[in-house]
Write a protein that binds this ligand. Structure first.
Ligand SMILES: Cc1cc2nc3c(=O)[nH]c(=O)nc-3n(C[C@H](O)[C@H](O)[C@H](O)COP(=O)(O)OP(=O)(O)OC[C@H]3O[C@@H](n4cnc5c(N)ncnc54)[C@H](O)[C@@H]3O)c2cc1C
Length: 322
């Protein structure tokens, strides 16, 4: 099976989700080709995609492609797919991936399986699993059209334990120019934060309305710092202006699948579960034993978060010392 992976990056730094796609494509067997689209700096680290198993890297770069543009990226990807004729195209189900993939499906006139948490090979085709209804049900999907276009939810697969060598990078001649693109990104204002991106975090500590106000979030930040976690939030908290929108987990926020997710003072509304129910281990702290979050939690603590969280922080500190 020949698989093309569209490798997302920011200024040449590859997203973990992209590396995971390449790693899983490698596990599926066959030839793995990576496609990098972006400004000239996108090429700098492209050879390193070989470490996760890409046999070749194709670089479609130009100054005008420096800023992500779903329209342009999908058209370039479509031309590369037509030339390379892969059996499958994989990309990470990030915000950018979710922008490019449906456009690419339309250009190629193929089906698309979004946000899959399992991608396996069966009889020379892909067998895909994707969560539905906020993770309450799982659909097993097979695509009849070719190439099979699939986005993979970040954190669904680990990177290769044993890295391989660098891959050869070759340039792709662009078939479109800036003038052909229907929209232009004029400015990107990055959030001023040093914390790890929620969608890539291995551990997340999210807080809800149970925290009572923004002044109590340092309680979570302290705990998160001790366990190397990133702080997230429910929409109620973001709507109240206690936390920035970038922190929101859920249907209208970020979809996350960390190894460990703490839901603290969060009721577990279906829209919140939509963004986090595929986390590997979920720990809920809530004073209401009937809160819906306990239905998806691997471990639950029924108690007052203002007592429980400082105790958890203290215990972690003790463990780290001893
Ligand atoms: C179209 C749509 C999209 C939405 N998208 C999202 C989304 O992306 N993400 C999202 O999160 N929500 C989303 N929502 C909102 C969602 O329905 C809920 O309103 C929201 O998730 C509730 O947030 P919460 O759990 O923090 O607050 P609440 O529902 O008010 O829950 C607070 C919880 O804290 C507990 N608590 C209170 N005090 C303490 C204490 N001292 N110790 C321990 N526990 C305590 C309570 O028992 C309660 O369970 C969406 C809604 C709609 C209609």
């Amino acid at each position: 099976m020949k698989i093309l992976v569209i490798a997302e990056h920011r200024g040449g730094k590859f997203k973990k989700g992209a590396l995971e796609c390449i790693a899983q494509a490698t596990r599926l067997g066959g030839e793995v080709v990576a496609l990098v689209i972006g400004g000239p700096d996108a090429k700098a680290g492209a050879a390193s995609l070989g470490k996760q198993g890409a046999a070749r890297v194709l670089a479609a770069t130009a100054d005008w492609l420096e800023r992500f543009n779903g329209d342009a990226y999908a058209r370039i990807a479509a031309d590369v797919v037509k030339a390379e004729k892969p059996d499958a195209v994989l990309l990470a189900a990030t915000l950018d991936g979710k922008d490019v993939a449906p456009r690419l499906a339309a250009h190629l006139d193929v089906g698309y399986a979004p946000d899959c948490t399992k991608v396996e090979a069966e009889g020379g085709r892909l067998k895909l699993v994707r969560p539905l209804y906020a993770g309450k049900a799982y659909a097993t999907v097979k695509l009849n059209s070719s190439p099979q276009l699939v986005s993979i939810r970040p954190n669904s697969y680990p990177l290769l334990e044993q890295e391989k060598g660098d891959a050869a990078v070759s340039d792709v001649a662009l078939s479109i120019s800036a003038a052909d693109v229907r929209s232009k990104v004029v400015e990107v204002e990055a959030a001023k934060t040093e914390k790890a991106d929620l969608s890539e975090a291995e551990i997340i500590v999210s807080g809800g309305r149970g925290l009572k106000g923004p002044e109590n979030f340092p309680l979570l930040e302290e705990f998160a710092k001790e366990i190397g976690a990133t702080v997230g939030a429910s929409r109620a908290v973001v709507d109240a202006g206690w936390r920035p929108h970038g922190d929101q987990v859920g249907q209208t926020g970020k979809t996350v699948a960390p190894n460990l997710y703490f839901a603290i003072g969060i009721s577990g509304a279906i829209q919140h579960l939509a963004g986090m129910s595929t986390s590997k281990v979920i720990v809920a702290v809530n004073k209401d034993a009937d809160a819906p979050i306990f239905k998806v939690a691997s471990y639950g603590i029924v108690g007052d978060l203002f007592e429980v969280v400082p105790k958890m922080t203290e215990e972690v500190r003790k463990l780290k010392k001893g």
